[in-house]
Design a protein around this ligand. Structure first.
Ligand code: HEC
Ligand code: HEC
Length: 257
């Protein structure tokens, strides 16, 4: 009887180990970031159909920002850009900076560039094309384009428009990361989170796993210190509000593998 129990336990453990290994192999073979990168490539291809420009070169693979420490300590590595590959491209933004007839930037009363609708936004062009195809009953073509907007990952449905979009302009920036070069700051210095993670999971899952790290004060002080290099006082207030709003927004954290 005791021996049977021992054998069954061994079989069960063997089964668990094999399943874990299978999950590991599966994840290695079909990593989540490839979904967004492939969608990105498809979107650039779609864009080239109406701009006439060749799609930019892009190689599928893990992308990371490595920040070396001055004291030669372990480097900080952020892999966020493995999925968020379009952060610096203005054609992935719903808005653009307004300019006058002479091409000068129009500022609002707080000294922040005014934003207007961007007709060159790939996602907006995609929606127009989908409508056009549907009107002419080319439903399978329309479906193909529509499928670029969502990703199905381990039972979750993710909004690819949120992954593949330009980084919002902060303060008086006229292009993403103008005042905070990502080679210097990476992403987690402002956003926290797991810089090495390559799997998106819902925040609730992480709460359950008890590994949610909240460093609100650190995040706030950090950002204020950075933003103080920009002089206008009004700017500080808007940035502060934004960071707070940002932090309390439902958000996804990453699971490191
Ligand atoms: C494995 C792919 C992946 C990686 C790596 C990744 N993200 Fe994301 N990110 C996503 C997905 C998917 C979403 C949104 C999905 C949804 O809301 O449906 C998202 C959404 C976000 C949002 C919210 C966007 C919005 O418009 O609401 C922020 C902010 C964000 N990620 C920051 C980060 C940061 C910072 C890192 C690195 C620490 C990172 N991401 C790494 C896939 C990823
Ligand atoms: C200097 C600080 C800073 C750095 C560096 C930074 N971010 Fe952000 N990020 C912010 C702030 C602040 C916001 C909210 C801005 C807003 O809503 O106007 C934001 C917004 C975003 C959003 C959109 C969220 C939304 O709700 O629309 C994404 C996605 C994102 N960041 C990803 C990244 C990734 C990936 C990196 C690294 C390449 C990065 N950020 C680097 C401060 C930063």
């Amino acid at each position: 009887m005791g021996r049977d129990y021992f054998q069954i336990t061994l079989i069960v453990l063997g089964f668990i180990a094999t399943s874990l290994f299978a999950v590991f192999v599966w994840r290695e073979a079909f990593p989540e970031y490839k979904i967004y990168q492939k969608n990105y490539v498809a979107l650039e291809k779609f864009r080239s159909t109406y701009t006439g420009e060749a799609p930019p070169d892009f190689s599928i693979g893990i992308k990371q920002i490595v920040i070396l420490k001055e004291d030669k300590g372990p480097a900080k590595i952020d892999r966020c850009i493995s999925c968020h590959v379009a952060l610096e491209y203005s054609h992935f933004s719903a808005t653009k900076i307004a300019r006058d007839l002479n091409g000068n930037i129009i500022y609002n009363e707080d000294g922040i560039p005014k934003q207007i609708t961007n007709e060159d936004d790939v996602w907006a062009r995609l929606d127009l094309e989908i409508l056009k195809l549907e009107k002419s009953n080319q439903n399978s073509e329309a479906e193909k384009l529509r499928s670029l907007k969502t990703a199905h990952v381990n039972g979750n449905i993710f909004d690819v428009k949120k992954v593949l979009k330009m980084h919002p302009l902060m303060g008086a920036e006229t292009r993403p990361f103008e005042f905070h070069p990502i080679e210097e700051y990476g992403c987690t210095s402002c956003h926290n989170g797991n810089g090495l993670g390559l799997t998106t999971i819902k925040r609730m899952d992480l709460f359950l796993m008890g590994s949610m790290k909240l460093n609100l004060r650190g995040l706030y002080l950090n950002l204020m210190k950075r933003m103080s290099s920009m002089t206008r006082n009004s700017l500080k207030i808007t940035t502060e509000n934004r960071v707070m709003m940002y932090y309390f927004k439902p958000h996804l954290f990453l699971l490191g593998l």
